[in-house]
Design a protein around this ligand. Structure first.
Ligand code: TA6
Length: 292
């Protein structure tokens, strides 16, 4: 059921029996809200977000395809987030599930897109909400007669109580490309990542499970992923935040981006092949990771 009135439309609202909801714009197939059963918003949305195409919406979960950031020649984060998607009537080989808690969306390359990115593709995403969990299954099918490579990220904007009070577990000892230092490769030394300034890193060959521990909110957000080996951590901090028109000057305090991504080694698919990824976000109590 597509809602067509209001400035955040057309959009779909997903429900699940314990009361959590997810809102998805058809523009960019972008999740713009995920509320738990206590109606608490899990994702960050800038109150200066611009809800007018072709401007991307600052918050929720933008889909960065066929290019992450400016790791290539296309517009920042590629064009998929700036396109109107349609309902996917043929989600095969995934089973067709017509329910209030699932949405299947599709973006096909257009003749116009081919001018900037000369490859015919079908990009699909299945979005499923269940108790305490939000699952995204992105798929890219090559419907061209030549192979192509792409980079991709699910840019998860999480709402946090105070970014200087949260920590991230699961990325320790890994190598990362530091976007602030000419994308050179470094190794993470800390045994849990905390935040006291701008961070913009692509962690490489990450484990399937990464957690954001927000003690103040008694909330741990766990990101599990498959098919996307990298993870991105981004917070603009104060100086950059002021330079981003659709982000409040203080917003950096209550947001943290932790993305599932395929960046360092672009994904290559041949004609008729389909790549599939999976990202599962779940909310657990804060004792989850401190082993209590
Ligand atoms: O994290 C990668 C990055 O390109 C940052 O350098 C910053 O530009 C961020 O993404 C935001 O990009 P956006 O296009 O959403 O403003």
């Amino acid at each position: 059921n597509i809602i067509t009135e209001g400035d955040r439309s057309p959009r779909i609202i997903l429900h699940e029996p314990t009361g959590s909801t997810v809102e998805v714009l058809l523009y960019g197939a972008q999740v713009i809200s995920w509320k738990n059963q206590r109606r608490e918003e899990i994702l960050f949305m800038s109150n200066k977000a611009v809800w007018k195409p072709p401007q991307p919406v600052r918050g929720g979960i933008p889909i960065c395809f066929p290019q992450f950031a400016n790791f290539g020649t296309l517009e920042q984060h590629g064009f998929a987030r700036n396109r109107l998607w349609t309902l996917d009537e043929d989600p095969s080989p995934l089973p067709a599930v017509n329910s209030q808690s699932n949405a299947d969306l599709l973006l096909k390359s257009t003749e116009d897109d081919l001018k900037t990115w000369p490859f015919r593709f079908e990009l699909r995403i299945r979005i499923t909400v269940s108790a305490g969990k939000l699952t995204l299954i992105p798929r890219v099918r090559n419907v061209d007669n030549k192979a192509f490579t792409f980079t991709l990220a699910l840019r998860n904007y999480f709402s946090v109580s105070d970014v200087s009070e949260v920590r991230v577990e699961g990325l320790e000892t890994l190598d990362y490309l530091d976007n602030m230092l000419k994308r050179e490769r470094y190794t993470e030394q800390a045994d849990a990542i905390t935040f006291d300034g701008e961070i913009d890193r692509v962690y490489l060959s990450t484990p399937t499970k990464i957690a954001i521990i927000d003690h103040e909110r008694k909330r741990t957000i766990v990101l599990r992923k498959e098919g996307m080996v990298d993870a991105v951590l981004w917070n603009p901090w104060d100086k950059k935040a002021k330079a981003i028109p659709d982000l409040g000057d203080e917003d950096y305090n209550t947001m943290l981006c932790l993305d599932a991504a395929a960046v360092e080694n672009p994904i290559n698919i041949k004609p008729c092949e389909e790549w599939r990824g999976r990202q599962e976000l779940s909310i657990v109590s804060s004792s989850y990771f401190s082993g209590q």
